[in-house]
Design a protein around this ligand. Structure first.
Ligand code: HEM
Length: 417
């Protein structure tokens, strides 16, 4: 291993999120070959490259084995994330059935309720001038919504044990991804996995007794086994929990810094979430600037070439979603928060990729958009939000990107409510 390859590996391990900035090529180039330890990686920064990998030449760029292995304990060996395109179809079909307009509407009423549950506390904080940390509230809301979607159960009561183990396993998976080298067996990891399996088995039993629809019910109708279903629950929780929570945190932080945007969202208060185009645009703009899934890992099956750079079969190709989202060819004033841009048609088919792209695009996208739209609307209808810290939050990223600090806000009740 050369010194440069070792230094690269250390730099990546220290901060994968900033590593993408550090190695970004200049002089009009958008792809960089980097040796990390003993392997070659290709970092891609342009939407045309994303189109090539995710659409035009998709057969040659399946998901990255390296990353799939790292997240296997969390996503389950038979969880959707790990399945090949053919196997994935029936699970994707089951999940799709739950996002039809009627079911989405039903779910949105739950989310409204979860926000309203906090109003008493928020009103008190508003009248006493107290500061509220929005992170635990938003994280809990996402977990409860995932519970309804996947299991048709409000897992509020059981959320603590699950939450702790999920967060811990997520952190361990992130650490392990960072090292890029296989990690030895870990008792701690096994302990958390046992907790998750035990809790999920109990929840799955209860859920299937109930006569309602959920992802589990749809999977059961297809005759899938218990362990297959449990893997799907894990995969959906893993893929949908951290990403959505962190995207909501970024979105609420972004509007708290922009009173004008809060006013515009509040103006839509009469509308159903589906018709609230401005609130949706706010969420998309926040996902553009702060995509929680900040890169897409792929692997090159056969030798290939992107923008004159030869890609060796077997190498990992990482698409930097974050840099594509700030490309000035695609977005005017790319670093500014301007939700209005999402009221118009996008300039590039692959210039906005917070949910990935191609046949394995995120299955939870409609759910995340619904959740965020409802949360933004309910908050802006009732309160004016103001950040305690005038500086934008610091961000770190392992598998997903997060703000480092709590989301401390001051609230004021709107006069109209
Ligand atoms: C803001 C929120 C979310 C973001 C940013 C996000 C992002 C992504 C991305 C980028 C992918 C593609 C990964 C790849 O191609 O390598 C993906 C896949 C996936 N997402 Fe999401 N996601 C979000 C919310 C959700 C939710 C709420 C759920 C479920 C309830 C979910 C479930 C999944 C699943 C199961 C996959 C794998 C799909 C497959 O392999 O066929 N996601 N997500």
């Amino acid at each position: 291993m050369t010194i440069t390859a070792m230094n690269n590996l250390f730099a990546f391990q220290k901060s994968p999120y900033t590593f993408f900035d550090e190695v970004k090529p200049k002089n009009g180039k958008y792809i960089k070959k980097i040796r990390l330890g003993i392997k070659d990686f290709y970092f891609c920064y342009h939407p045309d490259q994303a189109r090539y990998i995710l659409k035009d030449n998709i057969q040659n760029f399946p998901k990255s084995d390296l990353v799939l292995k790292k997240i296997l304990p969390l996503s389950g060996p038979k969880g959707l994330i790990q399945l090949n395109d053919q196997e994935a179809k029936s699970v994707r079909h089951c999940a799709g059935l739950l996002m039809n307009p009627k079911k989405a509407q039903r779910l949105s009423t739950y989310v409204e309720g979860f926000v309203a549950d906090e109003f008493e506390r928020f009103d008190r904080a508003a009248s006493n001038g107290e500061v509220v940390d929005f992170k635990p509230f938003l994280t809990n809301l996402v977990l409860r919504t995932a519970g309804i979607f996947i299991l048709n159960e409000d897992i509020q009561e059981r959320a603590n044990a699950l939450n702790e183990s999920f967060v811990e396993l997520n952190r361990m998976a992130g650490e392990s991804l960072r090292s890029l080298i296989p990690k030895p067996f870990s008792f701690k990891r096994k302990k958390h996995l046992d907790i998750i399996h035990r809790e999920l088995d109990k929840i799955i039993d209860d859920c299937l007794l109930a006569d309602e629809t959920s992802l589990l019910h749809e999977l059961k109708k297809k005759g899938f086994s218990r362990s297959f279903m449990r893997d799907q629950v894990k995969a959906f929780m893993f893929a949908g929990y951290d990403t959505t929570a962190s995207s909501l945190i970024f979105a609420v932080d972004s509007i708290a810094r922009d009173l004008r945007v809060q006013e515009e969202v509040a103006k839509e208060s009469e509308l159903n979430y589906k018709d609230s185009k401005y609130a949706q645009a706010v969420y998309k703009e926040s996902l553009r600037l702060y995509p929680s899934a900040y890169f897409l890992p792929r692997q090159c099956a056969h030798d290939d070439e992107i923008d004159g750079v030869k890609i060796k079969a077997g190498s990992n190709v990482f698409i930097s979603i974050r840099h594509i989202h700030r490309n000035p060819e695609v977005y005017d004033n790319p670093n500014d928060f301007i939700p209005e841009r999402f009221l118009e048609k996008p300039k590039h088919t692959h210039g906005f990729l917070p949910f990935g792209g191609g046949p394995r695009v995120c299955i939870g996208e409609p759910l995340a958009i619904m959740e965020a739209t409802v949360v933004l609307k309910k908050l802006c209808e009732r309160y004016l939000l103001e950040p305690v810290n005038p500086e934008p939050p610091e961000i770190e990223g392992l598998i997903t990107a997060h703000t480092k600090s709590p989301l401390l806000l001051r609230l004021k009740r709107r006069e109209s409510c």
